[in-house]
Design a protein around this ligand. Structure first.
Ligand SMILES: Nc1nc2c(ncn2[C@@H]2O[C@H](COP(=O)(O)OP(=O)(O)OP(=O)(O)O)[C@@H](O)[C@H]2O)c(=O)[nH]1
Ligand SMILES: [Mg+2]
Length: 205
């Protein structure tokens, strides 16, 4: 298990030339607007307000880079990883030109961020597989970028249905071979397996 003990906002950027230079293993959070990406970063880092959240979709419009120091438990060994909050896609009110700008921003990031180790793709556990998510997953498969699914807002469905719903969602998303982690920010549940997955990948060359 790891715990993220100290986390900083480094900077926002759009163009690769402006990305922070630090080369620690990086993990980025992608998904539709309002799915809970920024909330998840705050929970993982234990820092309410580190990533700006909102009940209105379309809050995060740039790539936001965070640096975080972790401690392994029980060994107390320390290390650094980077987290990137990506702007949400599928924002209904965004203009076509804004959506195109988003697509380019994400595509460049996926192509050029050499320290990127994996993408955490968030989906709302209540929603059926969406075309935009399928496109995102297809893009990751084509580029050979490792990824997992986080099914957010699991507090919105009965506890007894969480495992089954996540399983059905994985099947509909066509991702039966990658991990699916149901989480609830409201109840603060489900994060440990995700942190272990991130840690394990960060240690690989
Ligand atoms: N009930 C519940 N609400 C959640 C959960 N996670 C996030 N939310 C709420 O969902 C809303 C959107 O959360 P954000 O973290 O801002 O979503 P985002 O994916 O960063 O959205 P964009 O920046 O627009 O792409 C906020 O009102 C959060 O409080 C959860 O696990 N359970
Ligand atoms: Mg956000």
């Amino acid at each position: 298990m790891i715990r993220l003990v100290e986390s900083f906002f480094v900077k926002s950027a759009v163009e690769p030339a402006d990305y922070p230079a630090s080369a620690y293993p990086e993990f980025a959070f992608a998904g539709k607007s309002n799915v809970g990406k920024s909330t998840l970063i705050n929970l993982l880092t234990n820092r309410k307000g580190l990533a700006k959240t909102s009940s209105h979709p379309g809050k995060t419009r740039l790539l936001n880079f965070f640096l975080t120091r972790y401690k392994e438990e029980p060994s107390e060994l320390q290390g650094f990883i980077q987290l990137t909050d990506l702007p949400g896609y599928g924002f209904a009110e965004a203009s076509l030109s804004e959506q195109e700008k988003w697509r380019k921003m994400i595509a460049k990031y996926l192509e050029q961020r050499t320290q990127l180790r994996a993408i955490v793709v968030l989906v709302d556990i209540r929603h059926p597989a969406d075309k935009k998510d399928l496109l995102m997953l297809e893009m990751l498969r084509l580029r050979n970028i490792r990824h997992c699914i986080v099914a957010t807002k699991s507090d919105k469905i009965p506890k007894t249905k969480i495992a089954k719903t996540a399983q059905v969602l994985a099947k509909d998303l066509g991702v039966d071979k990658i991990p699916v982690f149901p989480v609830s920010a409201l109840n603060n549940t489900g994060f440990e397996p995700l942190l272990s997955w991130i840690h394990e990948i960060s240690l690989q060359p």
